[in-house]
Structures are given as C-alpha cells and as structure tokens.
Design a protein around this ligand. Structure first.
Ligand code: IVH
Length: 713
C-alpha cells in the first residue's frame, strides 16, 4: 500500500472510531448524566469528525453524531442506571431511579429541539459576526448550564414540559416542572391575548442553583450516596425523578430564552423575551442587544468575570440575531440554527500549592498518587485534592511536593492538574512555562512499599500502575473487595456502606466477603452506631442477596478485569461456577470479550486456595452459582413472526446481545435484507449496500432507541 492509501485507510478508521466514541459520549452525558469527556474535548473531536466526513463524503451516514443531537431519552432505563454505578440505600425509598417500571410519556416536539454550534475563541465569534448582514443586531445572553426544556401553553395553561430527548421527541416531565416557582402554570391575563392558535411554546434551561446543589450533595454524602458531578447533572437527575414531592424539595430553577409559535407578537427576539417577562416568565436580566463587535466582546469580557458571582452555573455566552426575519433568512443546518452561536468560556484554571502527595490503595491493589492542595475555589466548589494518576504522569509534568501547580475543572467531578508553574519562565497564561520541561528538578520516585501494609510494590511491564500484591492482608484491598461485593450492580446489599464495612472490619467481624454471611443480629446490634433496626435491615439485605443471579455473583467476586459485561458473557457460556473453574485457557479465550490476560486472571483466581475456601463458604451460604435452566426463556412475544436484520454499530448492547434479545422476544435474526425482512435494526455506520437494499425494498430501518422502545426494555 502506498503512503497516501495508508493515510486514507487510517483516516477512515479514525472516522468510524470517532463516530462511535462520540455516540457513546452523548449517551453518557445525556442519559446517564455522567459525562466522560469535557465539553471542550467533545467539541474538538466533533470538529475533527466533521473534517473527516468532509474529506470522505462516501462515508456519509445519517446517524452520524455530526448530524444528530444527543438524546436524553431513557430508552433503556435499566441499562442507563446500571451503568451509572450508583449505590442506592434502603429498598423502597424513593431514589433517582424512581419507582420501578414507571417512565415518562414521550411526546414529539412541535419544532425540533436543536443545539448550538460552539466556539471557543473570540476570533471565531468575530468571524461569525463578519458573515452576518452589516446592519445586524445581536442579542447576547448567558449560556445557562442546565438542561433544556420546552414548555407548552395551550390557551394560556401549562400542559406539557418536554425534555430535549433526541431532539425530535422528549420526555414529558410536566408534573416535575410544575414544582418550579419561576414557571407560571397559567399565564397572567395582563397583556396576554389568547393567540389565534391558542398555542405557545417557551424554551429555557432548568437548573439547580449552586446553593441547592451543594446542599443536595452534602445530604448525599451523609447518606453514603454518590455525589453529582455538577449542577447540570444534578438538575437532570432531579427532573427525571418520579416523585414530584422529592423534586420540589430540591429547589430547581428555570430561565427562559426562546419563544416559538405562530402569530406571536413582536418582530425581534429581544422584544419577545420582554413580553414573556411581562407574562410572568423568568427572563435573565443579563440579556442585551449589541450593535457592534466591540459591544459583543465587552459583554463576553464582563460576564467571564461576573458570572462567578451568579447563583447559577453558566458555561458561556449565546449570541443570537435579533431580527426574526433575518433569522428566517439565515435558517438552519441539520443540527443548529445559523442565526445563533455559543461562545464557551475556557475551563476555569487556578494556581495553587501542592502541599503533599499521598497514596491511595484501591481494591485491586493499584496505588494512586493523590495531590493534596492548598484549598482553592474553582468553578463553584472548593478543591483540595486531585488525582495524579500514576508515576509517569508525575514525571511528565515534573511535579514535586511544594510546587505551584495549575488545576483545572471541566465538567467532571475530579479536578485535573494540567501543569506546573516554573519560576521565572513565564506562566500558563502567557503560554510559556507550565508545560516547560526546561528546569528539571530531582526526578520524582514512586514509593517502594505499600503505604497501607508495607508490602513491596510491583509494576507489571507495560502497565502504568504500581500495585500492592498483598491481596489477602492489605486492609484497603480487603475493604474495597467487600465494598465492591455489596455494591448495587453486584450483590446489592443495602445497609452495608463503606463506614459500616470499616467498622465491622476493625472489629474483626468482616475479614473477607464470605464473612458477610456469617454476621449475626448480635454482632451488628452490639456496635455502638448501628443498633437493632440497622441490624435487621442489613440482615434482610444479606438474605435477599442470596437470590442474585450467577452472572452478578461472578461479577461480585471481583476477579481482576472481570467487569459486569464480561461476567455476563462468561456466565452465559459457563452456566455454573464449576464449569468456569474447570475451563481451559482456550475455552475461556473463546468467550467474547475475554482475552489472554482476563483468562489468566480467572485461572489464577481459582488456583488460589484462599479464594477456594471463600467460594466454598459462599456456596454453603446459598448463593446462586448456577444459572437456572429457564434463564434463556422468552421475555415476550412482541417480535413473533418477525425477521430482523442487524446492521451497524450499537451503543446500548452488542450485536450478540441484540441477537439474543430478538430471540427472547420471539423474533428471528436473519443475515441479509430481503422482501421478507420485517425491519432492519440499524446502528451507527450501517453498511451503505444494506441501507440501499432496504430502501429499495421498502423495509423499515429502526434506530437502536426505536427498537428498544418497541420491546420496551
Ligand atoms: S438558545 C435554537 N439560549 O445550550 C437555539 N440556549 O448548546 C436554542 N442554553 O440546548 C438554544 N442557555 O439547552 C439558548 N440563553 C440560551 C441558552 C441556551 C443555555 C443551552 C440550551 C441548548 C444548549 C445548546
């Protein structure tokens, strides 16, 4: 292959990989409220994908993330919550999961809910403005960092409130929206004329103010529940709660920024917002009409500083063409209006002193260096710790205790150290010193022994992490394994939080996972902080865990690298622990997702005599270590008589899983599209040939979400 073809094939692969990565990132962000990429990284990748798609038009795909807005629809609710990894307290309590099985009504948007194109530099803004008509007026607004909502007023009464969903249809969360004081349920009569159509739509952003966010996270911390990464995630989680009383307690707020409908008053966006204000809507006072580039830049400069004093989170400025007729002329792309653009503020960054590097030992023995910082206020929260990842990271940035380091906080909960300030060689601000490697101090060395148990650390070749090999006797590893075992996705034992595990461990009552099943009412109740009631709850949780199916028991054992999905696949292939234990390395590797490393970990796990004692005790306690015969039985007959072709790449399940799902609902998975095909389950990057054939034969294409909605998974 010549060099050019090589580049081309790499770029084509990169294009496909980016589509997949961005689709997954969208899912994590919108559905799970657990962002994996910062907004900046997401946008950079999206830009790169757009460039690649321009270069390779033959790879066009209508499902590409460049052409679709992200979706917040809980099409596969159980999946989304499973993947969130959250641990819930007492059963029956109202949690963010809401009541089981109850979802929201999905409603098609009257006008698609688009997003905005993002820019990160003032040059891009200047460039955008330069292409607009000379006499243009630009409305500058704050970009609120919450989630968008579409409010429907029919004859002056609030009838629906839709989330963005996938941009085409959204979840109707009107009962929850009614708890927000700033949203009128009935429009005030003063000045409100029932419009000819009787229909009015307002769009805005629902947010959780900083104070409410901090209060909520404090409560969650006290309850041992996972914290929300930022107010946006908290607002999103809150809006999807099933219990409106709980929503009301959380203190959501809402700013409106867009009015839609027919025969609406006023010819400009700004005037419409002022009218909406008179009707009782919460419109930000920061909205301003600007008539020159200079005015726009002043606005950006002012709010970049002043936003830190606002009670709510903002992540940029939105610029909109004021005249509605000019808006109409400019029109839309597939994803966003051409008459608006967002300027995103740079991630907030601060300089602070690295007081000390400490080391944390996780359940698998990985030792993670942690930066203990002089506390600083960053993006609304106080930051005093940040991860330093591993030895290589510290060496690359040449970081030492006592250094001044730059700390950045994007959309993630864990702040990042992005560089250090080198004395006398400039700063990050002027782009010189922070990444400089010129003034190298003494090379940093990682500790040789485990900070918790003193064992000599080991570093496997090719891995970045140092590990403590003392699995059986290193306290954080033991406690970590127990915490993992009881966690929600594993055995889901309520009432055994990390503090209780600490306590019972220190009393010598919990030395490994099997000890959980030897705990007695007296053991627990005699602990000062626990008492009879906690003992009863805990024992009930322990008893209930005996019904947890084999796949989850396998995941709970905590075999290195055997995550939830791998455990499911293994459990399907080896329906009993005995079969798994007797499997050869070749048989293990023949399982989907299992490579040599995982296979070896499984073999090592069963070779260890202490593990075998634990398994024996768990078996005696009555845990499920065999799949019931009926596991493969039907879930429904919704797909009876249907021949379904699977094509493309999917986000929620693998192709194999979809094959199983189809069969479990009575359908048949077939290989190629023909007249007899009922529909194609079409993922990302579906083959163009298949698509063409399906279109020619009039065979419907169902997206992953549509399919899951069909079987109501
Ligand atoms: S206008 C068609 N104005 O930003 C234009 N959006 O990235 C609709 N947002 O989905 C959006 N503050 O959730 C607009 N003042 C503002 C905004 C705003 C926050 C959000 C909104 C939108 C997202 C686009």
């Amino acid at each position: 292959m010549d060099l050019f073809s090589q580049i081309e094939s790499t770029e084509r692969e990169e294009l496909l990989a980016l589509r997949k990565e961005l689709a997954e990132a969208n899912y994590k962000y919108y559905v799970e409220n657990a962002p994996t990429l910062s907004d900046y990284d997401f946008d950079q990748k999206m830009k790169h994908l757009e460039e690649l798609e321009k270069a390779y038009p033959d790879m066009y795909d209508a499902n590409s993330p460049t052409l679709r807005v992200g979706s917040d629809l809980n099409a596969n609710e159980s999946h989304s919550l499973e993947a969130k990894g959250e641990r819930r307290e007492a059963k029956g309590a109202v949690s963010d999961r809401g009541e089981k099985g109850k979802g929201f009504e999905q409603v098609a948007h009257k006008y698609p809910m688009l997003s905005l194109s993002n820019s990160y530099s003032r040059e891009e803004i200047a460039d955008w403005i330069s292409k607009l008509p000379a006499d243009v007026e630009i409305v500058c607004e704050l970009k609120f960092d919450g989630l968008s909502i579409s409010l429907w007023y029919e004859n002056g009464i609030l009838t629906k409130a839709l989330t963005r969903g996938d941009g085409v249809k959204g979840d109707n969360v009107v009962e929850n929206i009614k708890t927000i004081a700033g949203i009128p349920q009935r429009l005030s009569d003063i000045g409100y004329r029932v419009l000819d159509t009787g229909f009015l739509e307002l769009r805005g952003e629902v947010l959780l103010p900083w104070a409410a966010f901090e209060r909520l996270n404090k409560e969650r911390e006290a309850e041992g529940e996972p914290l929300f990464a930022n107010p946006r995630n908290a607002a999103s989680g809150t809006l999807k709660l099933q219990d409106s009383n709980e929503v009301a307690k959380r203190g959501l707020d809402c700013y409106l920024y867009y009015m839609l409908g027919e025969d609406l008053p006023a010819g400009t966006h700004f005037d419409r917002l002022q009218i909406a204000k008179q009707w009782g809507f919460n419109i930000s006072n920061a909205v301003k009409v600007c008539r020159s580039l200079e005015e726009v830049m002043d606005y950006i400069g002012y709010w970049d500083i002043e936003r830190k004093n606002l009670p709510v989170a903002t992540d940029g400025i939105v610029l909109k063409v004021n005249s509605l007729s000019q808006q109409e002329e400019l029109g839309y792309t597939a994803k966003s209006p051409r008459w608006a653009i967002a300027y995103k503020f740079p991630a907030e960054r601060q300089l602070t002193k690295l007081k000390q590097i400490t080391y944390q030992v996780g359940r698998t023995g990985v030792v993670t260096p942690v930066a203990n910082l002089e506390p600083i206020q960053l993006s609304g929260t106080i930051v005093q710790r940040a991860t330093l990842h591993n030895e290589d990271f510290i060496r690359q940035l040449d970081i030492h205790e006592g250094d001044m380091v730059w700390v950045e906080k994007g959309g993630e909960i864990i702040p990042k150290i992005v560089g250090k300030e080198v004395p006398h060689s400039g700063s990050l601000e002027d782009g010189a010193g922070a990444y400089s490697l010129e003034v190298k101090g003494e090379e940093y060395t990682f500790p040789k022994n485990c900070p918790e148990c003193g064992a000599k650390l080991v570093r496997v070749e090719g891995e970045a992490a140092w590990r403590c090999p003392n699995e059986a006797a290193c306290p954080p590893q033991i406690k970590g394994k127990i915490e993992h075992f009881v966690s929600r996705k594993a055995m889901n034992i309520d009432g055994l939080g990390s503090e209780t595990i600490d306590l019972l461990y220190s009393q010598g009552l919990l030395k490994n996972i099997a000890d959980i099943y030897a705990l007695t009412q007296e053991d627990i109740a005699q602990q000062e902080r626990l008492g009879e009631k906690s003992a009863q709850n805990m024992l009930a949780g322990i008893e209930a865990s005996k019904q947890v199916p084999w796949a989850r028991v396998l995941f709970a054992l905590g075999i290195r690298m055997v995550g939830e999905t791998t455990a499911k696949k293994l459990a399907r292939k080896f329906p009993s622990i005995e079969q798994l234990q007797n499997a050869s390395i070749e048989q293990l590797i023949a399982t989907e997702d299992v490579g040599e490393l995982i296979a070896q970990n499984i073999i090592n796990y069963f070779k260890d005599s202490q593990n075998m004692v634990i398994i024996h005790r768990l078996h005696q306690a009555g845990l499920q270590m065999v799949s019931p015969d009926d596991e493969q039985t039907m879930l429904s007959n919704k797909l009876e008589g249907k021949s379904i072709v699977i094509s493309g790449v999917f986000t929620h399940h693998s192709r194999d899983e979809y094959k199983n799902i189809i069969e479990q609902h009575g359908g048949k998975n077939v290989g190629s599209v023909s007249k007899k095909t009922s529909f194609v389950l079409a993922g990302d990057n579906m083959g163009p040939e298949k698509r063409k054939k399906a279109e020619n034969l009039g065979v419907a294409l169902l997206s992953e979400e549509e399919f899951l909605a069909l079987i109501e998974e």
